[in-house]
Design a protein around this ligand. Structure first.
Ligand SMILES: [Cu+2]
Length: 106
């Protein structure tokens, strides 16, 4: 009886640690590079802004919507047109949202 209980306890510990390892492996890469999908609605190169209809932003906990993002450099908007499908990383900096890694969707 004791041997059986020990065996169950060991299995429990093993599966518990395996679960923890899987959780850690899944969390690390997705938070490092969270690419989001979007469609270009408006481009304002003079003000370094782009309006995107974006999908869910997992890293910001934001549902799909249309909103304005800033870009660090107007050259990130070069070659983009209204209606283009793009991917980007959404970042919140204070009260404004910044689109980085902005590239046409593959
Ligand atoms: Cu949004």
């Amino acid at each position: 009886m004791n041997k059986l209980l020990n065996a169950i306890a060991i299995v429990g510990m093993l599966s518990g640690s395996a679960f923890t390892t899987v959780q850690a492996a899944e969390t690390a890469p997705s938070s490092a590079v969270a690419m989001s999908q979007a469609e270009v609605r408006k481009i304002d190169a003079a003000n370094q802004k782009i309006t995107l209809r974006h999908g869910p932003l997992a890293n910001l906990g934001m549902p799909p919507m249309t909103m304005v993002f800033s870009v660090k450099d107007a050259t990130q908007l070069d070659g983009l047109n209204v209606g283009d499908k793009v991917q980007f990383v959404a970042q919140q900096q204070g009260s404004q949202f910044v689109a980085t890694e902005l590239t046409p969707a593959p």
